[in-house]
Design a protein around this ligand. Structure first.
Ligand SMILES: Nc1ncnc2c1ncn2[C@@H]1O[C@H](COP(=O)(O)OP(=O)(O)OP(=O)(O)O)[C@@H](O)[C@H]1O
Ligand SMILES: [Mg+2]
Length: 317
């Protein structure tokens, strides 16, 4: 067991009856890192978080959070984590201050620390002047910041955020991530789930989850560089015809039109010349072929395609 790790999950699995919601998921997160768990609806993100928080018992496999086994030492785990659930558990009929006070009591914040801690959180969340406002009257972005403040009222070293920015406008999302950065800068480890691929850029490590499995685990740059071969942007005349020509080429894994440009995916940098020659021999004038980095969204789609093909193959066998 390593004290350096915020989370260690080994073959973590959860079955509900015949259905496997989380299938042999393994990963490690060093302390102080921001780990982003991406994946479509139903991929198993929330179920993974609930196991790591000690709320849901794993069916198989194991996990340690801040050094404590989630199945054997759920209480120790709970004392060391903050959890912002997918449907923020705020009390609508309480004021901003009362919600914070409620969570402070729940988490056992000592009486003498209560006032300064709540003042600090209200300042951090930008809620000064709104302490007496009823929570039901807050906008989405403010509710989100209050929910975060409630989740960290007891200064946990590990924070779980389940789709914290769902339904929030882009500017508020950015502000929210700045708060997360500040916390990480203070040494807090963070696991956050999101549907927004652009938010993955804010994370040190990304896990992509699909159909209950972790299909990729890496830092964003390595993911972009390694996972799906090489992506070329092709600027040529007659892009429509070029697309058809390239689609038939065995070395081409994927072609997609982006305006008048084509994005062409191949296995290696060496195939640039062959692309160019093929287009030219078909009478298409090539202006430029440039290697570009795929977006995380491209990568996710490509990994999912790969996973689906494997699935189909396995079904046939
Ligand atoms: N208590 C439960 N009993 C039966 N099935 C469940 C239970 N909890 C979750 N599931 C199923 O497990 C799968 C994974 O659910 P989970 O909530 O973990 O997904 P998710 O990745 O968080 O999705 P979303 O992005 O929609 O929040 C889903 O098919 C869901 O219906
Ligand atoms: Mg979920």
């Amino acid at each position: 067991m390593s004290a350096e790790k915020a989370i260690e999950a080994i073959q973590l699995t959860k079955r509900f009856g015949d259905f496997t919601a989380v299938n042999q998921v393994s990963f490690e997160i060093p302390r102080g890192e921001i780990f982003g768990l991406l994946g479509p609806n139903g991929a198993g993100k929330t179920t993974t978080i609930r196991m790591l928080c000690g709320i849901l018992e794993p069916t198989a496999g194991e996990a340690r959070v801040m050094g404590y086994d989630v199945a054997k030492h759920a209480e120790e785990v709970k004392q060391r984590i903050g959890y912002m659930s997918q449907k923020f558990s705020l009390y609508d009929d309480l004021t901003v201050y009362e919600n914070l006070g409620f969570y402070a009591n729940l988490y056992g914040v000592p009486r003498e620390k209560l006032k300064p801690r709540l003042a600090e959180l209200i300042a951090m969340a930008g809620l000064r002047g709104h302490e007496k406002q009823l929570t039901r009257d807050l906008s989405g972005a403010w509710r989100q910041r209050l929910a975060l403040a409630c989740a960290i009222v007891h200064e946990p070293p590990m924070l779980f955020l389940d789709e914290p920015t769902a339904g929030v406008d882009p500017v508020s999302r950015r502000e929210f991530w700045e708060m997360i950065y500040q916390l990480a800068g203070q040494g807090v480890s963070v696991l956050a789930t999101t549907h927004y691929m652009d938010e993955a850029e804010f994370c040190n490590v990304i896990g992509m989850m699909y159909r209950s499995r972790l299909i990729a685990l890496s830092d964003p740059d390595s993911l972009r560089e390694g996972v799906i071969g090489v992506l070329f942007e092709v600027d040529c005349q007659e892009p429509g015809r070029a697309e058809l020509v390239l689609k038939d080429l065995p070395l081409v894994q994927d072609v997609a039109a982006h305006g008048v440009l084509l994005h062409v995916q191949v296995a290696s940098e060496k195939q640039r010349a062959e692309l160019e020659q093929t287009l030219q021999s078909n009478g298409i004038v090539v202006e430029r072929i440039e290697r570009i980095l795929p977006s995380l969204e491209d990568i996710f789609v490509s990994l999912v395609d790969h996973e689906n093909r494997q699935h189909k193959r396995a079904d046939k066998d």
